[in-house]
Design a protein around this ligand. Structure first.
Ligand SMILES: [Fe+2]
Ligand SMILES: [Fe+2]
Length: 447
C-alpha cells in the first residue's frame, strides 16, 4: 500500500481519529516553550498553498506549542469530514510557529470544504507532554482543486517585497477578479532572518484582507530575494513543499515547481534562483543556483510530457527573472566570477541567460505561448518574433506609484472565444492598461 492509499484507508477506518498528512517534516524550529495557555492559539487565517489537481496545502500560524489539523470534506457541514494532522510519519510536526497540512488524494476540479484547528501542547520532556486544549476556527472555508474541468482563470502578482501598502493594493484588484488561483511570481520577501517575518508576509500580511488566501489557492515561484536571509533558507517551514509522491525522487528538492492543468491552460512554474553567480564573493559560496537550474531541466522535460499538460491548448510558464532581454546593457546573470563587467549597467542579473539556454528550447518545442516574469520592477512586453515563438510579459514594481511603467501589477489570464486573453491591470488605478491574446497550440482541442 503506498502512502496515499494508506492515508485514504486510515482516514476511512479511523472514524474520528486523526492521521498524519505530510510525510515531509520541515527543518526543526527551535524555542520549545512551555504552553502559557493564554490568548488565541491560532493566530492567522488559513492560506491555501501549491494549487494542484489532487492535493492542496493549508498553512496557518500558531502562537504556542501546537499540533495542527484540518478537517475536510465535500459536504458544506463537513458531516463527511476526514481529519488530517500536520507532520508525517513517525511524529507529528509539533511546533509553536506554523502548522502545515497537505491534503492528498483529492478529486480534480472539485469543491471541498474545510476547517482548521490545533491542539495546544504542554511539552516538558520526551516523556511528559499533554494536550491542554483544542482550538478550532469557527469558520468553514472552501476551495476548488485544479484540473481539466476547473475554470481557466489565473492572476499573477510579483515583487511585493513584504510591503504592506503594495500588497493591499494588489489584493484590492485580486478581490474584484476572483481567479481560480494566484501565482506569486517571486520576491514576496526581501531578506528575512526570522520566521515571524515570513509569517507576517505570507500568513498575516494585512488586517484589511486577513483571509486573502483562505479560499483562493496560491502557487509560489521563488524570486532571488526569497532565498536571502537565514529564515528564507528554510522557506519550506512557512511555504510547504509538495508531497514527496507528487514528484520523482530525482526531483526531491524541487518542492515548489509546478505543472498544473487548469481548464484549457497548462501552467508551468520554474525557479530562476539567485540573480548573482554562485561564485560571487558576496555570497561566500553558500548558494547553489547553477545545479538547481540544471536539475529543473529533467523535471521540465517530464512535466511537458504529462498528458494533461501536453493536451492543453494554452501553455504558460512562470518564473521570476526574465528569460529574454534585448537591451545589450542588461546583465545576463552569467558573468564569472562576480557579475561585474563594465559592459553592463548592473552587477546582478537583469535577465537569466543560463535559464534561457536550459529551458526555453524545451518550452518553445512544446509550443509555449507566453512566459510571465517579474524582477525588473518595470512592465515590459516582448512580442514573439520569427526567432522566438513565445511572448514574454514582465510584471511591475514593488511600490505604489503614479509611474506608468513600474506600478504594482496584476496580470490576469483567462480563456474567452477560444483564445487566451491576458489583461494587464495597474493595481494603483484599478484600470486595465493593456491586453494581449494568444491562439491555441496547434492540434490542441479547446474545451
Ligand atoms: Fe524584486
Ligand atoms: Fe527579483
Amino acid at each position: 500500500m503506498n502512502r496515499r492509499d494508506f492515508i485514504k484507508s486510515s482516514a476511512i477506518l479511523a472514524a474520528g481519529s486523526t492521521i498524519s498528512g505530510r510525510a515531509e517534516t520541515p527543518a526543526p524550529i527551535p524555542s520549545l516553550n512551555e504552553s502559557a495557555a493564554e490568548g488565541a492559539l491560532i493566530d492567522s487565517a488559513p492560506m491555501l498553498q501549491n494549487y494542484a489537481e489532487t492535493s492542496m496545502g493549508i498553512a496557518f500560524g500558531v502562537s504556542d506549542m501546537a499540533n495542527g489539523f484540518v478537517t475536510y470534506g465535500e459536504k458544506p457541514d463537513l458531516s463527511d469530514g476526514k481529519t488530517v494532522k500536520c507532520g508525517g510519519y513517525r511524529v507529528t510536526d509539533m511546533n509553536d510557529k506554523v502548522m502545515l497540512v497537505r491534503l492528498t488524494g483529492l478529486k480534480p476540479a472539485t469543491k471541498y470544504y474545510y476547517r482548521i484547528g490545533a491542539d495546544r501542547i504542554s511539552y516538558k520532556s520526551g516523556y511528559d507532554m499533554k494536550i491542554i486544549g483544542t482550538e478550532t476556527d469557527s469558520r468553514i472555508y472552501s476551495f476548488t482543486t485544479a484540473g481539466v474541468g476547473a475554470k481557466d482563470h489565473f492572476c499573477v502578482i510579483n515583487d511585493t517585497h513584504g510591503n504592506k501598502e503594495t500588497f493591499e493594493t494588489v489584493l484590492s484588484t485580486l478581490q474584484k477578479l476572483h481567479p481560480s488561483c494566484v501565482i506569486w511570481n517571486g520576491d514576496a520577501t526581501s531578506c528575512e532572518e526570522e520566521i515571524e517575518d515570513q509569517k507576517r508576509i505570507f500568513l498575516s500580511p494585512t488586517e484589511k484582507f486577513p483571509d486573502y488566501a483562505s479560499e483562493t489557492p496560491y502557487l509560489f515561484t521563488c524570486g532571488n530575494h526569497d532565498s536571502r536571509g537565514m529564515a528564507n533558507r528554510h522557506m519550506e517551514r512557512v511555504w510547504m513543499f509538495r508531497q514527496p509522491e507528487e514528484r520523482k525522487s530525482r526531483d526531491w528538492d524541487l518542492g515548489r515547481n509546478y505543472a498544473v492543468r487548469m481548464g484549457n491552460i497548462a501552467m508551468i512554474g520554474l525557479d530562476t534562483a539567485e540573480d548573482k553567480m554562485d561564485s560571487n564573493p558576496k555570497f561566500a559560496g553558500l548558494f547553489t543556483s547553477a545545479a538547481y537550474r540544471e536539475a529543473q531541466v529533467a523535471w521540465l522535460e517530464d512535466a511537458l510530457k504529462q498528458p494533461e499538460i501536453k493536451s492543453a491548448p494554452f501553455l504558460v510558464a512562470f518564473c521570476h527573472i526574465p528569460l529574454f532581454c534585448d537591451d545589450p546593457k542588461a546583465n545576463p546573470g552569467d558573468i564569472f566570477p562576480d557579475d561585474s563587467d563594465p559592459a553592463y549597467e548592473d552587477d546582478y542579473a537583469s535577465w537569466q541567460r543560463t535559464c534561457a539556454k536550459l529551458w526555453t528550447p524545451l518550452l518553445e518545442k512544446a509550443g509555449c505561448q507566453l512566459i510571465i516574469a517579474a524582477h525588473e520592477h518595470r512592465i515590459r512586453y516582448d512580442a514573439p518574433t520569427a526567432d522566438r515563438k513565445w511572448a514574454q510579459l514582465v510584471g511591475g514594481g514593488s511600490r505604489v506609484t503614479d509611474s506608468d511603467t513600474s506600478f504594482p501589477s496584476v496580470i490576469q489570464g483567462f480563456v474567452e472565444n477560444k483564445e487566451l486573453k491576458i489583461a494587464l491591470h495597474n493595481a494603483c488605478t484599478g484600470k486595465v492598461v493593456n491586453t494581449y491574446t494568444f491562439k491555441a497550440r496547434k492540434g490542441k482541442k479547446i474545451r
